[in-house]
Structures are given as structure tokens and as C-alpha cells.
Design a protein around this ligand. Structure first.
Ligand SMILES: [Zn+2]
Length: 336
């Protein structure tokens, strides 16, 4: 009877917390850096004058200089919590088409999953099919592509630090670490494992393997950008990297210890000499693409804890500013 009571109370608490979603209102001031996509038009003849980022939740970011565009992840399908637990998941072609249209995607040269979990890599092959982009990443991401029918000529498996040139972008993936999760989640999501054969679709959540985690480093004549999707790090991995702008993954950061948070920030933001930090992967990726971005539920993460930490870090450093981006927000990173 006692055990049953504990079980009932635990389940009730989880579901209460599950629906207990942090508010974005306290952080509104940080969303103000955005400009509307309408003001973004660049003559193709004039050469790149602006580097613009467009955000679509999780760590899906489009970076464009008007001539060439690069996208991290390209994740739009966002299967629901219940589909992840008990259903089967596949890229939603119509939704991806709609998202690419809304993001005004053209001249997409590469789509780059930061690792091969479903919330980063699942849709990338379909994005590549619809845009003609190259799928760039780990062997596991390549196998998701092969399983979805993407031709080998549109897949590029890279090693850490291997440079690739797309227009004026020099792109390198740099080996990092995934944030450590509770053991049952690590098992469910194939932490440290590789997907060794083409993925079969529709797939289950547990079919996706981490496949190695990367920071994506974009060097461009207008300025450099670092996209760091998962809140894990490898000591000194970013030694020698310089980037004014860092897109910083904060999923799970709020529930880490204070010393972990400090070290993460030092290794990913301070080490590269960033002056602007844009938190990403803070939204609940089980919420539909058609809804506004919503911070991760209090049952699984501490968004407020992570934000308080980042706000304190940026307030203590006059050279560093904090920007938040909502769905489809654009941010001018460099240029006129
Ligand atoms: Zn992951």
C-alpha cells in the first residue's frame, strides 16, 4: 500500500511538473536583437555584405551571406513526446517544405547535424533532398541519410577539423562531447554509439545513436561563428578557434553543478573569445513546429537555472552580450 502511494504520488508529481513550463517573459529584453526577415535582401552581384542567422528551435540555425547558406541540423518534424515513447518517427516532408519556405532557404550548400540524435539529424537528409545541399557529418548521420534514400554524392563524412569550403564559408566540425544524461536516457539514445548501417524508416527513438558530437566552426571573411549544440565539452578542443558569435546549447545545463556550468562556459565561450552568445536548444523539441518555441518542461530540465547562469556571466563581462532568438527570428551577425 505504501509503495503504491509512493508510485501514485511520483507519477502525479512528474505529470504536474511535465506541464509546468517556464515563462519566457523574464527574458523578453534579450529577444530584442532580432530583425525581421523582410529587411534582409542582398544583391547577388554585390558580394556578401551581411551574415545573417535565422533560428528555428533546438540547434537548427541557418547562416547565410546572401550567396551561400549553411544550416545546422535542419530539424523541423519535432515528433510529440508520446510518438517518441511509443510511436515510430520519420521526417515529415510537407512540414520540412513549409519550414524551408518560411526560412526563405535558397542556395543551401550544406546541412550539418551536430550529432546523430533524432532532434538533430533526423530531418537533415530530407532537407538535403529538397534543397540539393550536402549532408555533412559523422558516419551515423551519413547512415541516416542513406536510409532515407539520399545519394552518396550528397553525403560527406568528415573527420574532426577537416576543412570544407562552401562559397566563402570554410567549415570545420570539431569533436566535442555530448552532455551526460541520466543512465536510462543514455541507454535509450545510444550515447557514445555509432549507427553502423543505413537507418530503417519509420524508426524508433532508440534506433538513433549519438554517433559523436561536434562543434560546427564557420569561418567567413565577415566574421566567424561557432555552433555548439550539446551542453557537453572536451577540454581544450576549441584551443585556437576564434569566433565572435557562439550559439550555445543549454539543454540540460541548468541541472548541472555550478562548477560544470563554469567549465562549460570557459571551454566553449571564453576560450574562443566570443563577444556575443546566443543560447540554443532551450526549447521543448516535442512541441509542434506550428507552435511558438516553449522552454523545456521543469520535469526534465531547469531552463531558468541555465538562463540565470548565462545572464550572470554576460552581466559580469562588459565585452559579452546575450541574445535570444525565437522561432524564425533573424539576427545580423556581421556586416552593414
Ligand atoms: Zn543529443
Amino acid at each position: 500500500m505504501g509503495l503504491l502511494l509512493i508510485l501514485v504520488v511520483s507519477v502525479a508529481t512528474f505529470f504536474y511538473q511535465f506541464n509546468n513550463l517556464p515563462s519566457l517573459i523574464p527574458y523578453q529584453a534579450y529577444f530584442k536583437g532580432s530583425i525581421k526577415p523582410a529587411s534582409y535582401s542582398i544583391s547577388k552581384k554585390a558580394g556578401p555584405q551581411n551574415l545573417i542567422a535565422t533560428y528555428m528551435g533546438t540547434s537548427t540555425i541557418l547562416i547565410s551571406d546572401g550567396q551561400t547558406a549553411i544550416m545546422s541540423d535542419g530539424f523541423f518534424t519535432r515528433p510529440s513526446f508520446w510518438d517518441l515513447l511509443w510511436g515510430e518517427i520519420s521526417p515529415n516532408k510537407a512540414l520540412i517544405k513549409e519550414a524551408l519556405l518560411q526560412m526563405n532557404v535558397n542556395n543551401l550548400a550544406a546541412v550539418i547535424p551536430v550529432h546523430s540524435h533524432h532532434d538533430h539529424a533526423m530531418d537533415a537528409p530530407e532537407v538535403a533532398l529538397q534543397t540539393g545541399a550536402m549532408l555533412v557529418g559523422s558516419e551515423s548521420s551519413a547512415n541516416i541519410g542513406r536510409g532515407w534514400g539520399l545519394a552518396e554524392k550528397q553525403i560527406k563524412v568528415v573527420t574532426s577539423q577537416q576543412p570544407l569550403q562552401f562559397g566563402q564559408f570554410k567549415v570545420r566540425l570539431i569533436t566535442s562531447e555530448h552532455a551526460v544524461a541520466p543512465e536510462f536516457i543514455e541507454k535509450l539514445t545510444g550515447a557514445g554509439q555509432t549507427l553502423n548501417q543505413p537507418m530503417t524508416f519509420p524508426a524508433q527513438l532508440s534506433d538513433f545513436k549519438e554517433g559523436g558530437s561536434y562543434s560546427v566552426f564557420l569561418e567567413h571573411p565577415l566574421g566567424n561563428v561557432l555552433i555548439h549544440g550539446s551542453a557537453g565539452f572536451k577540454k581544450l578542443a576549441l584551443e585556437g578557434v576564434r569566433a565572435d558569435v557562439v550559439f550555445l546549447g543549454i539543454a540540460g545545463l541548468g541541472i548541472k553543478t555550478a562548477s560544470y556550468q563554469q567549465e562549460y562556459f570557459n571551454e566553449v565561450v571564453s576560450r574562443v573569445g566570443a563577444t556575443r552568445v546566443v543560447p540554443v536548444h532551450w526549447d521543448d523539441f516535442t512541441h509542434s513546429f506550428h507552435e511558438p518555441l516553449q522552454p523545456m518542461s521543469k520535469a526534465v530540465d531547469d531552463f531558468e537555472g541555465a538562463m540565470n547562469f548565462i545572464i550572470e556571466k554576460t552581466q559580469n563581462d562588459k565585452a559579452l552580450s546575450l541574445h535570444m532568438m525565437g522561432k524564425l527570428d533573424t539576427l545580423q551577425l556581421y556586416g552593414g
